[in-house]
Design a protein around this ligand. Structure first.
Ligand code: FES
Ligand SMILES: [Fe+2]
Length: 342
């Protein structure tokens, strides 16, 4: 994605008002893109993802330039080892570089206007996710950001995704960072797990190096008795977070991406590292299912009630326990000053 080429002439392209921090954004789990095109909306753009004959993921604008039909309703046509995306309405075919290569109603010999094309975006596939680059064209594209030491063996993790009608900034505060809401926002679960009194955030230490924020602390009762939660959290601004919640071999990776100004796509991944892969997979699956069905609905209900919808340093009265949130917003402000907004 190249910000400087943004133009207001189509609905699919965002304006500068709708841009987000420069970064690689995960836009879908790899397993979602199989033999059929997948339609998604991310970063204010309607997109279609599909795989060519070599298994390479292609990301293009979602609406056919002919008469606007949703190309995600189409199919992948492969001939002589070359794959194209075929529109379901009149069968026009688009190559992975975006060119229209066939208009059946005009005949095979017809000359095709260069304007009859879909936009193609730069994507990569790694760590079980498909990533879209969101940055200026003069910038060198960095490597996909990742946490050292995470086991990429797919048998050890499970993804769970959800969509919230919540602004990216509010969602980021919640899913990437905030743990001191646990005993309150999730009081039923906290009680069941024995953490009902862990309301005090203690020994909080944060460290910022470039785009990385590292945090550690303890959630405990005011009296210091009962269970406590020693946690470590690492964030790669703006959109990746890794939690070690002191649950032994179970850890959590979260990433989120704006769908547009009002909606956010979130992917939770539980890693389980036990002796037997089947057990790891089973425990990761149960944890992801629990997160999606019992934990996140609590967060959503409260975030949905938050005003203003877009968060920032001036929109809240942040306290010491919110230190990591302060760092996240400072980095975000820094990005805004560089000319990109969240
Ligand atoms: S609308 Fe796509 S080919 Fe006509
Ligand atoms: Fe929560």
């Amino acid at each position: 994605m190249v910000l400087s080429s943004l133009a207001p002439q189509t609905d699919n392209l965002p304006t500068l008002e709708t841009t987000f921090p420069v970064a690689w954004y995960a836009i879908a789990a790899s397993h979602r893109v199989q033999t059929k095109p997948l339609g998604i909306r991310r970063l204010g753009m309607d997109l279609v993802l599909w795989r060519d004959a070599n298994g390479k993921v292609v990301c293009q604008s979602r609406h056919c330039p002919h008469r606007g039909v949703d190309l995600a309703l189409g199919k992948i046509a492969t001939e002589n080892g070359r794959s194209c995306l075929e529109c379901p309405y009149h069968g026009f075919q688009f190559a992975s570089d975006g060119r229209c290569v066939l208009m059946p109603c005009e005949g095979k010999e017809a000359s095709i206007s260069p304007a009859m094309r879909v936009e193609s975006y730069q994507v990569k596939e790694s760590h079980g996710l498909i990533w879209l680059w969101w940055g200026n064209e003069e910038m060198a594209t960095p490597e996909i950001p990742w946490f050292t030491g995470l086991n990429d063996q797919p048998r050890c993790w499970t993804d769970a995704e959800l969509v919230w009608d919540i602004h990216f900034t509010r969602a980021a505060e919640s899913v990437l960072i905030d743990l001191h809401h646990f005993a309150f926002a999730h009081h039923g679960i906290a009680k069941w797990m024995g953490f009902a009194d862990t309301k005090r955030l203690d020994s909080l230490e944060t460290q910022v190096v470039g785009n990385q924020i590292k945090t550690q602390g303890v959630l405990k009762s005011e009296q210091g008795n009962g269970l406590s939660m020693n946690f470590q959290n690492e964030i790669l601004f703006p959109n990746l977070s890794f939690f070690d919640l002191g649950l032994g071999n179970l850890t959590l990776f979260v990433t989120l991406t704006p769908i547009d100004q009002d909606n956010t796509w979130i992917n939770f991944r539980y890693y389980a590292d036990f002796r037997w892969p089947f057990l790891s997979r089973l425990i990761a699956k149960i944890a992801a299912w629990f997160e999606l069905n019992f934990v996140q609905p609590d967060d959503y209900r409260l975030l949905k009630s938050s005003v203003p919808k877009r968060s920032g340093l001036m929109e809240n009265h942040l306290v010491h326990a919110d230190q990591t949130i302060v760092h996240w917003h400072r980095l975000n402000k820094h990005h805004q000053q560089k000319g990109v907004r969240c």
